[in-house]
Design a binder for this molecule. Structure first.
Ligand SMILES: [Zn+2]
Ligand SMILES: [Zn+2]
Length: 259
């Protein structure tokens, strides 16, 4: 069984009738669990509702660096309340995105630090988003004691040096559709080399569909293509890769429970 450890699912998709069939396609492809991610408070409430209604969905809630500018004095307390629900496995996605710079960098940094402290307080692992800010992301993780709770470097798209430092901090690396792209040699190298007890797979749907669906809308069923590619890079069977990554997720956050 595979788990998509990072995807974006909207409650609104239920009313449109789209979410049920999207999840069914994934289940038919062998995907037995979904970590759905909230990127602001409103979406986080919606995602928590999904996780409370659908047994194979769990939640990761936080403010994405793009949305960091929405953080207000009361946001920390509101987010903490949502994060306390047992269906919430991770804090985030949080981190730094200096590619799009949709929130001022100083604000991204403050909101990132605040969410690391929430994760430590609640003893839940982090879901980290980092883009073109690798050095600063690692520095903040180190300074804020994020190794205390660990977590996932989601949609891994850094190099081996970054990976080594993140692994030393106790983080897991999650590979997305990018690992199937032709020009992703540096990421493929890390996917082949990373310790087998620290690797995970995700789609980040609806973004970044893997080959052979590149350019289309991504969905959790496509995590099988990510798993296929990572297994091939490591010279192991897909069944073994599925088993490894699902057990790694369980070791990190206690879910899904192995039978
Ligand atoms: Zn992200
Ligand atoms: Zn995401």
């Amino acid at each position: 069984m595979l788990v998509d450890c990072h995807c974006h699912l909207r409650g609104g998709q239920i009313e449109e009738g789209g979410l049920g069939s999207l999840l069914d396609r994934a289940r038919a492809a062998g995907v037995g669990g979904f970590v759905a991610v909230g990127t602001d408070l409103e979406e986080s409430r919606e995602v928590l509702g999904l996780a409370q209604a659908i047994p194979d969905i769990r939640a990761s809630l936080g403010l994405h660096p793009h949305e960091a500018k929405l953080w207000e004095p009361e946001t920390g307390a509101q987010l903490r309340e949502l994060l306390m629900a047992p269906e919430v496995l991770f804090v985030g996605e949080t981190g730094l995105d200096w590619h799009y710079d949709l929130s001022p960098r100083t604000v991204q940094e403050q909101v990132f630090r605040a969410q690391i402290q929430l994760a430590r307080e609640l003893q839940k692992p982090l879901m980290i988003h980092t883009r073109e800010a690798g050095e600063e992301t690692l520095r903040i993780l180190e300074q804020e004691g994020a190794g205390d709770v660990g977590g996932i470097i989601h949609c891994f798209s850094e190099d081996k040096a970054f990976a080594s430092r993140a692994l030393n901090l106790g983080f897991h690396l999650s590979f997305s559709g990018i690992v199937t792209f032709k020009k992703a040699e540096a990421i493929q190298e890390v996917a082949a080399w990373a310790p087998e007890d620290r690797i995970l797979v995700e789609t980040d749907a609806p973004y970044l569909a893997p080959v052979p669906h590149r350019g289309k809308t991504n969905e959790p069923a496509f995590v099988v293509h990510v798993a296929e590619r990572v297994a091939a890079l490591r010279g192991i069977s897909r069944a073994r890769l599925e088993d490894l990554t699902t057990r790694n997720l369980e070791a990190l956050c206690g879910w899904p429970p192995s039978c």
